[in-house]
Design a protein around this ligand. Structure first.
Ligand code: FES
Ligand code: FES
Length: 228
């Protein structure tokens, strides 16, 4: 990508992410019964409705998660994964579901500071957890160089795996702000790209680390990323 294309991609990604996070509901306004569509105002009413009308079915459950810095009270069917709840209840579509079996890393989010595969975790197990998604990372100025370098190096083709890589990279840099190439490759070993971008990720992350620590890369610095 040219520098101008990188700047405008970065700006629009960050604006879209901010709008998505702003739109996340802190609690559901109306709760529709997933089986018959009747609407209720509280989880208690819905549970009573299940007992009366759908006695053979398990009623939706509730959990409060801190997602991208916002406490969100959620009501969902007990079989739903964290990935599904993030997408269908909060509108967060950054984490992708490629394999749906914990093998590719495209659905990676950060849970309580560690990368976690959201396709493999039941949302009902996440009460009180602190979750970060790629949208939350995209709005924090500190991480602009990371996304910037991904764009610069075209470290995506179809882009389906990219959010998972970015989230994993952020989790690595939180704990190890100056990783070696080997440590980056090791951290990304659970993320798979079927389009063949794998070699570009470590290059993008290594350059992001340099920019974030105040160095210029190709004559380009963190303040230029900020002003982009
Ligand atoms: S979709 Fe979750 S690991 Fe592949
Ligand atoms: S860019 Fe297509 S799967 Fe990685």
């Amino acid at each position: 990508m040219s520098d101008n294309q990188v700047r405008s991609t970065l700006k629009s990604a960050s604006e879209q992410a901010a709008a998505t996070i702003a739109a996340m509901p802190a609690k559901p306004k109306i709760i529709a019964c997933p089986l018959c569509g009747r609407q209720f105002l509280t989880h208690t009413e819905l549970t009573a409705h299940y007992a009366a009308e759908h006695p053979d079915s398990v009623a939706p459950v509730t959990a409060t998660l801190n997602v991208n810095g916002k406490n969100c009270e959620l009501i969902f069917e007990p079989f739903m994964t964290l990935k599904q709840v993030l997408q269908y209840h909060l509108g967060l579509i950054g984490a992708k579901e490629m394999c749906d079996r914990g093998a590719c890393g495209s659905c990676t989010v950060i849970m309580d500071g560690r990368p976690a595969l959201s396709c493999n975790i039941l949302a009902s197990e996440c009460e009180g957890k602190i979750i970060e998604t790629v949208e939350g990372i995209a709005v924090i100025p500190k991480w602009k160089p990371l996304i910037d370098r991904y764009c610069y190096w075209d470290a995506m083709q179809c882009g389906y795996c990219t959010p998972g890589f970015l989230v994993t990279a952020k989790a690595l840099l939180d704990h190890n702000p100056n990783p070696t190439e080997h440590e980056i490759k090791e951290a990304l070993s659970g993320n798979i790209c079927i389009c063949g971008t794998q070699p570009r990720h470590s290059q993008a992350i290594l350059e992001a680390v340099l920019i974030m620590s105040g160095h210029a890369v190709h004559g380009y610095t963190a303040s230029e990323v900020d002003n982009g």
